[in-house]
Design a protein around this ligand. Structure first.
Ligand code: F0G
Length: 465
């Protein structure tokens, strides 16, 4: 794309076909691979130092400086400022978490939690949605669709209802979406299509429907989504005075975040804005562990873009043959066919990455520890902390390394999992968690049941308080 600052490019180095920004496509027309948003940095006005972004804080009454995404717009220069659609996303916190560090096996001051649940719709998705929504507006889209395990749909519904600019059409699997998230989509007025199937089914259908009806697709196959999600890493760096941590640990579902983080660091290094790239750990739930299986067990690699497709096809074939469906309490990452697999492989190569899987027991114990440390998160997010603990136990992460776990969604997204874990009601525990192999609630904070009598209540408070 001669002469353009930003364009789209096929991720396959062998193909490398380019497309203009006006194209709303989610795959290369020539070879079918995913697309990147690419930049000719020599034409962009990129600052010489990341410190320059700190000056934006003094312009917080400008919505583009208030947004934790668009504050970094020189690092995602695809949208003219007057076209940007923002609802104030990205006001998120990096918190030092010493109590959780102890649980993980890290020394005090070495673990940080990035609370992306503080976004307007309660998850990290808003970082990407503002970027995709902006692109949709740039090309005049009227309707936007996604398949979702709940957070993408909640985020899309927020942007549609707050701005009134587009109609949201969302596809969800039956009984597969946590109530906090479903309640958002319904209340914010999204057209909600419940498919008799799971996320992988909904994802396959929404791609067909979007192509057939010309609806703008906002799942993370949309390369503009990932541009917004890069900024999570910029905010982490900013909170650490621009000193990269040793590790970024992130849950893996559709693999958009991990892909975006890898791109963020590769670009920062290319631009000479950082010298060292953190290592990346992507954590699958054991009940939805395609990346772990392919990367750690079957040796699948990016391999300079020549990904060994036969390994992926064989695994998908095995999934079909055995009718294996994703199954985990971490419903946000209950995904067996991650659409960003190849981009994630590239990120793992760029960031010397590792992949691990953690089971529901460890996810819920980690979640309880995060919650006890304040703010809290939903189950999928806690996979990052459980994964960091596992990597510490293996000695892959050292006790003095600086680790950032990404907490992708708010604690209130999935009240059922939380209440079941802390409940003294064995029936509820079994019906929600026991059937998934969760046996203990080691860090439960149980409600104390007392008769409705003043003496008894006072006695209980004296005993437990
Ligand atoms: N954590 C949460 C809370 C999520 O909602 C998701 C994905 C992930 C982690 C996984 O992120 O796909 O970038 O690897 N949720 C999607 C959705 C699939 O539909 O809301 P990823």
């Amino acid at each position: 794309m001669a002469g353009e600052v930003a364009f789209q490019r096929c991720i396959s180095p062998e193909c490398g076909e380019t497309y203009s920004l006006d194209d709303a496509r989610v795959a290369c027309a020539r070879c079918g691979n995913l697309l990147d948003v690419a930049y000719d940095w020599s034409r962009a006005s990129t600052p010489r130092s990341l410190k320059a972004f700190e000056a934006k804080w003094s312009h917080r009454n400008d919505p583009l400086c208030l947004s934790g995404v668009w504050r970094f717009r020189e690092l995602l220069p695809f949208a003219p400022p007057e076209k940007v659609i923002t609802v104030g996303e990205g006001q998120t916190l990096l918190q030092r978490a010493d109590a959780v560090a102890k649980f993980v096996g890290l020394n005090a001051g070495r673990l940080y939690l990035q609370y992306e649940g503080m976004n307007p719709s309660g998850s990290f998705k808003d970082n990407g949605m503002t970027a995709a929504f902006t692109h949709a507006q740039m090309i005049g889209a009227k309707r936007a669709a996604c398949a979702s395990t709940g957070n993408t749909s909640a985020s899309l519904a927020v942007y549609c209802s707050v701005t009134g600019l587009m109609r949201a059409v969302i596809f969800v699997g039956s009984g597969k979406i946590a109530y906090g998230k479903l309640s958002q989509a319904l209340e914010y007025g999204a057209l909600t299509v419940q498919i008799l199937g799971d996320f992988d089914d909904a994802m396959a259908r929404v791609k067909e429907v979007a192509a057939e009806l010309g609806i703008y697709l906002v799942n993370s196959v949309n390369p503009f989504r990932l541009e917004g999600q890069k900024t999570i890493m910029y905010r982490v760096l900013e909170a650490l005075a621009w000193e990269p941590p040793d590790w970024i640990v992130v849950p893996g579902g559709n693999l958009g975040n991990s892909s975006a983080f890898g791109k963020a660091f590769a670009e920062l290094r290319q631009l000479g804005l950082i010298e060292r790239v953190p290592r990346l750990a992507v954590i699958n739930a054991a009940g939805a562990d395609t990346l772990y299986e392919l990367y750690e067990k079957r040796g699948l690699r990016w391999n300079g873009g020549a990904v060994h497709e036969a390994i992926v096809d064989q695994y998908h074939h095995e999934l079909d043959e055995s009718r294996k469906k994703a199954d985990t309490i971490a419903s946000a990452i209950e995904i067996n066919r991650p659409v960003n697999l190849k981009k994630c492989l590239r990120a793992l190569e760029d960031c010397n990455g590792v992949v691990r899987e953690v089971d529901d027991q460890h996810i819920l114990d980690a979640k309880a520890k995060v919650g006890a440390g304040g703010f809290g998160c939903e189950p999928a997010s806690a996979a990052s902390v459980a994964g960091a603990k596992l990597l510490r136990e293996e000695g892959v992460i050292g006790p003095d390394e600086r680790v950032v776990c990404i907490l992708t969604g708010h604690q209130l997204k999935d009240p059922t999992a939380t209440v079941a874990y802390h409940s003294a009601d064995q029936e509820m525990f079994n019906s929600v968690l026991g059937k998934r192999g969760v046996r203990r609630a080691s860090f439960a904070n149980r409600a104390v049941v007392v008769p409705n009598e003043l003496d008894e209540i006072i006695k209980a408070i004296r005993l437990y308080g």
